[in-house]
Design a protein around this ligand. Structure first.
Ligand SMILES: [Zn+2]
Length: 203
């Protein structure tokens, strides 16, 4: 008789170990991630590995698709300190969603999957974010970027990753022109390394 798969297999498959950052134009960055339904030790271990990657890459946010895992998980540390790792405000956001968006604001964003590239992106100014913590408990928080919540920018950027959306998708043609050369270099590097074209920007 066939044994049933372990519970976590219904979810995202097993979480990989080790993990590493994937960069543009890796196709994993364009996949829509699946909800997390199992809150267990494997999930905790995976989140710990994500924090190690984010710390090594000196980021303030990292989404599971950026390490090749299509699960609705991202982590942030918007108060990350170079001198004291772990002393900021490390957070885990699972199955997040934004409600009651109001207003617009912009911020010069970068992305660990696009090293060295930065551009201004329009985002919601105020909203409520709902999510589950690593134990599966429901949480929510109201954020107001112009009132000082930089975290509001970080979570909108990371939430996009869970839907296969990237910060370059928000840019105007003029903004993209400035990044074009670097994008082409990354596409060429990916082709050289893998023999594939990946998922390059079609704009
Ligand atoms: Zn990003």
């Amino acid at each position: 008789m066939l044994k049933p798969l372990p519970e976590h297999m219904d979810d995202t498959g097993s979480y990989p170990d080790p993990i590493s950052l994937v960069e543009y134009p890796h196709p994993a960055l364009r996949k829509r991630a699946r909800p997390v339904t199992v809150f267990d030790q494997r999930l905790r271990g995976f989140c710990a590995r994500m924090f190690a990657v984010m710390e090594a890459e000196k980021g303030v946010g990292l989404a599971a698709p950026q390490v090749g895992v299509p699960a609705r998980i991202f982590i942030t540390d918007h108060l990350r300190r170079k001198d004291a790792p772990g002393a900021g405000d490390p957070r885990i956001w699972i199955n997040p969603r934004i409600e009651q968006p109001e207003g617009e604001t912009s911020y010069e964003e970068g992305c660990l999957s696009f090293p060295g590239m930065y551009s201004k992106v329009m985002r919601h100014n105020r909203f409520v974010i709902h999510w589950q913590d690593v134990d599966g408990a429901e949480r929510s928080q109201r954020l107001d970027v112009e009132a000082g919540d930089f975290l509001g920018i970080v979570v909108q950027h990371e939430l996009d990753h869970l839907d296969g959306k990237l910060f370059v998708d928000h840019l105007s043609p003029a903004q993209l022109t400035l990044l074009r050369r670097r994008l082409r270099e990354m596409e060429a590097d990916y082709r050289k390394a893998t023999g594939k074209t990946g998922a390059p920007l079609r704009r």
